[in-house]
Design a binder for this molecule. Structure first.
Ligand code: ADP
Length: 398
């Protein structure tokens, strides 16, 4: 059984074709510059590649290019649509409406569209992509939507409410929704497998550290709290995002510099975080290199981010009254031994003991704590596409 996984943005479309019999990737690819020019790069599992620059005025032409790559190009992997059992779409914002994945229908598309006010960069693009996908693949192949937010829907009100006048929650649905849920779900499930325990018996902290970063507390097999909030700006500093700060600092800046709410939003989302502090880059590799050669602001950015990560982990240990396992994932989590060592050294008081040799790993699933450690620490590469494919399979099998 083959499942086609789609992750669409406003000008890009990432996809994978996954064989669910052995959960292997048959092909994957990326369409870029949709609406501008258009380019596809596609790779089959055996290494055959197809690349083309082809006009993609809309997502429909992008899907046509993907179909050509999968069915007709030199890197083809299937003969016809009939081989695709279902299509799974990644959706960023499901609000409080979607507590789990579900089949696409007109009402679902409308609801995703309505939630666009809370994810203006993502949900409108997802809706366009779903419609284009139906146009290209027809309505015989079931389509499923999998939300970044649904794993966080188990948070209790004390965790997801903001202490604002209650009216904003009732009237505007302002509350914490979280993000990266598919990744936190996948990684926490994987921790339970590696621990050989029922997830219900574990207290787990998952740290998804990439361009966007979030940390989640998972207890009784459910998300109890997460660092991202109403939008993926909340939490701790990321590539270009500030994370949480005193809102009064923002109203002060807006008044002093005569900035609009949209200006402030853009500053906090695009010009802050590691980029804003270092002035070097949003990419941790560039910042680490700059710090190495003596750039003090780059050093400060690294120190700030590590400190904030440590504080979130500490707060979730308190929130869960302990922790059994901590997992690192995402580009930084999987590839930055120094950050992991910093966190573990600062949790020594809890009996955390890092295996420095094992911690040298990059991008691999490894237990990096010693046998004596009271908390197990893991590096677990996330696989959001596989998680989406699994959910899609579960929904169509119901
Ligand atoms: P996204 O959130 O866009 O999916 P990623 O999970 O790919 O991002 O993470 C991007 C971050 O991971 C960047 O800051 C990058 O520097 C860092 N990263 C990726 N690979 C490595 C590596 N080999 N060593 C250190 N950092 C890395």
């Amino acid at each position: 059984m083959k499942i086609f996984v789609v992750n669409a943005g406003s000008s890009s479309l990432k996809y994978q074709l996954i064989d669910m019999d052995n959960e292997s990737v048959l092909a994957k690819g990326l369409c870029e510059r949709i609406g501008v020019t258009g380019a596809i790069s596609h790779k089959a599992a055996d290494g055959r590649e197809y690349k083309a620059e082809t006009p993609m005025p809309t997502h429909s032409e992008a899907f046509e290019a993907v179909v050509y790559a999968m069915m007709k190009s030199d890197a083809k992997v299937i003969d016809s649509f009939d081989e695709i059992s279902a299509i799974g779409h990644r959706i960023v914002q499901g609000g409080a409406i979607f507590k789990g994945s579900c089949l696409v229908n007109d009402k679902v598309i409308e609801q995703i569209s309505e939630l666009g006010a809370m994810a203006p960069l993502h949900n409108p693009a997802h809706v366009i992509a779903i419609k284009a996908c139906i146009k290209t693949f027809g309505d015989k192949i079931p389509q499923v939507v999998v939300f970044d937010t649904s794993f966080h829907q188990t948070m209790p009100p004390k965790a997801y409410m903001y202490a604002l006048p209650y009216d904003y929650y009732e009237r505007l649905a302002v509350r914490k929704y979280g993000a990266h849920g598919t990744s936190h779900h996948f990684v926490s499930d994987r921790v339970a497998v590696l621990e050989n325990k029922d997830k219900k018996d574990l207290k787990i902290i998952t740290c998804h550290l990439g361009n966007g970063c979030s940390i989640t507390a998972v207890k009784d097999g459910e998300c109890k709290d997460t660092s991202m909030g109403f939008t993926p700006l909340d939490g701790f500093m990321m590539g270009t995002r500030s994370g949480s700060l005193d809102p009064s600092a923002l109203t002060y800046i807006a008044e002093k510099d005569n900035l609009s709410a949209a200006d402030i939003n853009a500053i906090c989302n695009k010009k802050s975080g590691m980029l804003g502090i270092s002035g070097v880059s949003n990419d941790n590799r560039d910042i680490a290199a700059a710090a190495q050669s003596g750039n003090e602001r780059a050093r400060l950015a690294i120190d700030m981010q590590r400190y904030q990560i440590l504080k979130f982990i500490g707060s979730y240990i308190a929130a869960m009254n302990g922790v059994d396992a901590i997992a690192f994932t995402g580009g930084i989590g999987e590839n930055d031994p120094e950050l992991r060592e910093y966190v573990c050294e600062n949790l020594k008081y809890m009996g955390v003991e890092i295996d420095k040799e094992a911690n040298k790993c990059r991008g691999k699933e490894v237990k990096i704590s010693t046998e004596n450690s009271k908390v197990d620490i893991f590096v677990i590469p996330t696989n959001e596409e596989l998680a989406i494919a699994r959910d899609t399979l579960a929904i169509i099998s119901k």
